[in-house]
Design a protein around this ligand. Structure first.
Ligand SMILES: Cc1cc2nc3c(=O)[nH]c(=O)nc-3n(C[C@H](O)[C@H](O)[C@H](O)COP(=O)(O)OP(=O)(O)OC[C@H]3O[C@@H](n4cnc5c(N)ncnc54)[C@H](O)[C@@H]3O)c2cc1C
Length: 418
């Protein structure tokens, strides 16, 4: 049995789906996510063999389990050689660099293959006002940096990098009253988020506001809605993120759209399935409230695809980013664009995957002429360890099967005969 949350589509299923969608939406080259020649065209033989070696290591769950524990230890105490080993292996696969400048070659390489980059400062949840200001300044620097490059239209921002988790939790509770001090603290959060969105608007960039846990999401939604109201009048500067593994989010997309229409702004909607499923379910069980998560994967997929469809139907007033590694959802969006006869590079229609993952989807979409980008995570090795651990766990086999990524890399190695 597959572990929950893991991709469930096989290579042969990919081939079947590609045939079912009949290849060539909007007259461009056929979309076939099993085409590994296009997927790995950006890698020479040595790079491809290194990638194969790395995904083989990640496929081993014992190794990943030991590596994850060492990784968490490495964030607390200095472990000799650990940082350099991580940097030469998984960091290189999933991150652009330790700084913006160090990430530039990776960004330019993607640009040569018609793929944009979304700058994502990888440092996770912070605690102090100094830390929050540092994250804000890092986001502002990313906007400046991105505005000088032709293939960086957007940065992503996590509100937990800019605000105290407990404060967001309190703001999210409908029955809680903030103390005077907390009200001042939240005003500072608003100022930080506004500084980022304002700067993005001035520099011609956009901001994706990431979605997080349900018990802090109302505060994040509040901030995102305020920013969209302020900055999305002429074009979409700010995007909120909708996690479709939640039972209430399909209705919330429609509600957000109504709000946007009422106040005369455009809706920015980044759709994801959601990254905190186990944590959400565990908390709901422990605290005795109904789980906010869909009962099964099919229900998540159903709402995800309907959400994409809703946004495309309303693409004149909604800019959508389909942020997913799910082949079926990507093909469905391409097919809808085709059915509606919309330009593949319409500025309101975007696809996005994480750097180092699902290259078969990214580069095949790019080759066919769609707007597609990679989340380009950057930051000091220590800062991005939790992100790297999540990526390695996604590529681990619980069953002894080969992971989807490894299967694709091996197919290309075989095709090249190396
Ligand atoms: C560019 C990008 C940006 C992202 N930004 C965010 C973000 O801001 N916030 C965030 O939370 N996540 C974010 N994610 C992660 C995302 O939410 C998913 O966890 C991840 O992409 C896997 O989902 P998928 O659509 O790629 O594909 P799939 O592999 O098809 O789906 C796996 C996902 O399906 C859902 N799922 C799995 N099993 C079940 C089940 N039994 N019942 C119900 N649902 C189930 C879970 O959400 C799981 O992660 C982002 C991902 C990408 C690619």
């Amino acid at each position: 049995m597959k572990k929950e949350g893991k991709p469930v589509i096989s290579l042969s299923q990919l081939e079947k789906i590609a045939k079912a969608y009949n290849g060539s939406p909007n007259g461009g080259p056929a979309l076939d996510f099993s085409n590994t020649q296009i997927a790995f065209a950006g890698k020479d033989n040595d790079e491809l063999k290194r990638t194969e070696w790395l995904f083989k290591l990640m496929n081993n769950r014992h190794l990943v389990s030991i590596g994850s524990k060492l990784g968490m230890l490495g964030t607390k105490i200095p472990l000799p050689f650990f940082e350099s080993a991580v940097k030469a292996t998984i960091f290189k696969q999933f991150c652009g660099g330790t700084t913006l400048l160090e990430s530039q070659p990776a960004i330019e390489h993607l640009h040569e293959l018609n793929v944009d980059s979304v700058l994502d400062y990888g440092a996770e949840a912070k605690e102090s006002e100094d830390d929050f200001n540092r994250t804000m300044n890092e986001n502002l620097r990313a906007i400046d940096f991105g505005s000088t490059l032709p293939s960086v239209p957007v940065i992503s921002s996590k509100i937990t990098g800019l605000a105290r988790f407990e404060l967001l939790e309190k703001v999210s509770k409908t029955d809680a009253t903030l103390t005077t001090e907390e009200r001042g603290e939240f005003k500072n959060v608003l100022k930080r988020v506004d500084a980022i969105c304002h700067h993005a608007a001035q520099q011609g960039m956009s901001v994706f506001i990431d979605a997080e846990e349900t018990w802090i999401q109302p505060a994040i939604d509040l901030l995102a809605n305020r920013m969209m109201k302020r900055y999305n009048k002429e074009k979409v500067v700010v995007f909120n993120t909708f996690q479709m593994y939640r039972t209430d989010r399909l209705a919330y997309i429609a509600e957000s759209f109504d709000l946007a229409k009422t106040h005369g702004y455009l809706l920015g909607a980044k759709l994801v399935r959601g990254a905190y499923m186990e944590k959400e379910r565990k908390r709901a069980t422990e605290m005795g409230y109904p789980s906010p998560i869909q009962p099964n994967k099919d229900a998540t997929d159903h709402d995800y695809n309907l959400g994409i469809q809703f946004c495309i139907e309303n693409h004149e007033s909604i800019a959508v980013c389909n942020a997913s590694h799910n082949a079926d959802s990507n093909l469905k969006m391409a097919a809808l664009i085709s059915q509606k006869n919309l330009p593949k590079n319409h500025p309101h229609l975007q696809f996005c995957q994480l750097y180092g993952m699902s290259d078969n989807i990214t580069f095949n979409l790019a080759k066919a002429g769609y707007n597609v980008a990679k989340y380009m995570v950057y930051g000091q090795v220590k800062e991005v360890i939790p992100y790297l651990i999540r990526r390695t766990q996604e590529n681990t086999s619980m069953t002894g099967d080969l992971s989807r990524e490894l299967t694709l890399v091996m197919k290309e190695v075989k095709r090249r005969g190396i």
